[in-house]
Design a protein around this ligand. Sequence first.
Ligand SMILES: NC(=O)c1ccc[n+]([C@@H]2O[C@H](COP(=O)([O-])OP(=O)(O)OC[C@H]3O[C@@H](n4cnc5c(N)ncnc54)[C@H](O)[C@@H]3O)[C@@H](O)[C@H]2O)c1
Length: 322
Amino acid sequence: MGLKGKIILVTGSAGFVGFHTAKKLLDDGAIVVGADNFNDYYDPGLKEARNKILEGYPNYKIYRGDLSDPKFVEKIFTENKFDKICHLAAQAGVRYSLINPQSYVKSNIVAFVNILEAVRNNNIKDFVYASSSSVYGNNKKVPFSVDDQVNEPISLYAATKKADELMAYTYHHLFGINTTGLRFFTVIGPWGRPDMAPMIFADSIGKGKEIKVFNFGKMRRDFTYVEDVAEGVILSLEMVGGYHIFNLGNNKPVGLEYFISCLEKELGKKAMKKYTEIQPGDVLETYADIEYTEKNLGWKPKTSVEKAVNLFIDWYKEYFKI
Ligand SMILES: NC(=O)c1ccc[n+]([C@@H]2O[C@H](COP(=O)([O-])OP(=O)(O)OC[C@H]3O[C@@H](n4cnc5c(N)ncnc54)[C@H](O)[C@@H]3O)[C@@H](O)[C@H]2O)c1
């Protein structure tokens, strides 16, 4: 179908996944309206740098403000006539949800409802939003399937993402809005987040500082390349109709030790490892079953974890001039 000439709201456009998604949409000829509050959960300078690249496109504009404020959301929807909504803004991060739970309620619940209400009041049919693999909690069955029960979130972050899926269902049922929730699995790549393992590890390895290896290295993550994820988001925006939940994961989890060895190889330096206990809220393993996604969305990841680490470190060295 293609989204050329379509007007799309991308919330969280100054964020990691939002930036890549907005950029790909702009490259495909869509008109993108971004919205972000550039908060300081991590360095806002990185968000500004991503946004600057997007502002190089004539078909992009940004609204700066907080989506938990209904007046701000109303202003965006009054001034633009959207074809589709791509809601990626959220308070991300599992560990921080133990420190500042209110921030998750504000950005992942209140802002989410504000957007749903605006979608409803403006008769917009298609709504795509970010969920998370964290909804699976300590699911014993691997790989994780969208048919599995996800009623035991082990962090408030996960609970708010599960709540988003439930609220999306309600708006689909009551108002016939097409909603697609995407459960992203540990996204990695250029312009990545400073609060996530790849950047934290790269920083410490580079500076010869200790890295904390949680659960004594016995953890596995299904790292997924950011451009593959953005492609999945765009396929979801193109898809028409219904209520959906899809896993967007690599389907090839790797152990933490192996992941660190990939970083060491790219950085040409050995990590100083400090083995330690698992952090509260962290899950032991993530592993996406993507059969349903492949069949119904036509999406398949293309990038291996080794390549993803290579592309991430190339960007990291260039951005931080290392
Ligand atoms: N990166 C991952 O590995 C991953 C995994 C699973 C799910 N997710 C989800 O994907 C989405 C994008 O994540 P990301 O990694 O790009 O995170 P990010 O923090 O880089 O991006 C989120 C953006 O939303 C903005 N934002 C947050 N609250 C806001 C508010 N109330 N009003 C306006 N803007 C607000 C932030 O400033 C940020 O730029 C999020 O919904 C996240 O929960 C990400």
